[in-house]
Design a protein around this ligand. Structure first.
Ligand code: G1P
Length: 276
């Protein structure tokens, strides 16, 4: 059973400038709730017990959000507002589950993962990328069931337009194991259209083995001078580590871009269970 999750939150959020020059994108409200809360809800509902946030000095606001409960307490005594009370309880619960580590230089997702090395106790852990919201079906929960069945690493996946492959990690499959699950043969970070092995993209949910840390320690910077988690995964696959791609059933929302962020709010406001 996977108990720990990590969430890289030190990204600069340049796609959402100028908002992100003063604000952490993960706290921007989507239908009245910070985006990061949807991610936390997903992994806690999937059974995760401990979450490691990788933040930076510039993103301390995220820590403050979970450490403001004294302020809340005073307000709650005066105002008997059901919504604020529920949020207060949730923040208290999540605060107890979250640990913070720092990545002050934006050296890539692989480097962010490395910062959590000393905290990861079990053989496998979950990683969620906060720009990728998946609604209507708990993707982490489905991936954990696949992991349990096959005792392997798992990544969320989706078919994308051929013209967009250079935005994603793209994988090549070796074999179909069920309607929505495939064994991965190779994965490449943001290939050109010409060199892309397919149009099957990796989306921001990963069940990774602890042995990825030793790969990351040896990895040289890849595309754009960053340390990519995809490159470490590629080298594990080459050594016959089993990785399964899971075509998730929920709806994908990219809230790291302005268009996607606006669309996320509209889509989520249509779901009655997310409304206040
Ligand atoms: C990261 C990964 C990429 C993956 C994507 C999913 O890219 O490096 O392989 O396909 O997340 O959202 P980023 O969004 O950080 O550019």
């Amino acid at each position: 059973m996977i108990k720990q999750a990590i969430i890289p939150l030190a990204g600069l959020g340049t796609r959402l400038l100028p908002l992100t020059s003063v604000f952490a994108k993960e706290l921007l409200p989507i239908n009245g709730k910070p985006g990061i809360e949807y991610i936390l809800d997903e992994c806690v509902q999937a059974g995760i017990k401990e979450i490691i946030f990788i933040i930076s000095d510039k993103k301390k606001m995220i820590k403050d959000y979970f450490y403001n409960d004294r302020f809340y307490k005073k307000i709650i005594k005066k105002k008997k507002d059901k919504r604020i009370l529920e949020e207060y309880r949730k923040i208290l619960k999540y605060k107890k589950m979250i640990k913070f580590v720092y990545q002050n230089k934006p050296l890539g997702t692989g480097d962010a993962v490395l910062k959590t090395k000393r905290f990861i106790k079990d053989k496998f852990f979950l990683m969620l990328l906060p720009d990728d919201l998946i609604i209507k079906k708990n993707c982490s929960k489905s991936m954990m069931a696949i992991h349990k069945k096959h005792n392997s690493s798992v990544m969320a996946s989706m078919i994308v337009n051929k013209k967009d492959v250079s935005r994603w990690g793209i994988y090549k499959l070796s074999k179909k194991i069920s309607k929505n699950d495939f064994i991965i043969k190779d994965v490449v970070e943001k290939p050109s259209i010409k060199n892309s092995p397919s149009n099957r993209a990796v989306i921001g949910r990963y069940i990774l083995p602890r042995k990825i840390f030793s790969k990351l320690l040896k990895l040289k910077p890849g595309k754009g001078g960053e340390i990519h988690i995809t490159d470490a995964i590629q080298s594990l696959i080459k050594e016959k580590e089993k990785f399964i791609a899971h075509n998730f059933l929920g709806k994908y929302l990219d809230c790291g871009s302005m268009n996607g962020y606006i669309k996320s709010s509209l889509e989520i406001s249509k779901l009655w269970n997310y409304a206040w």
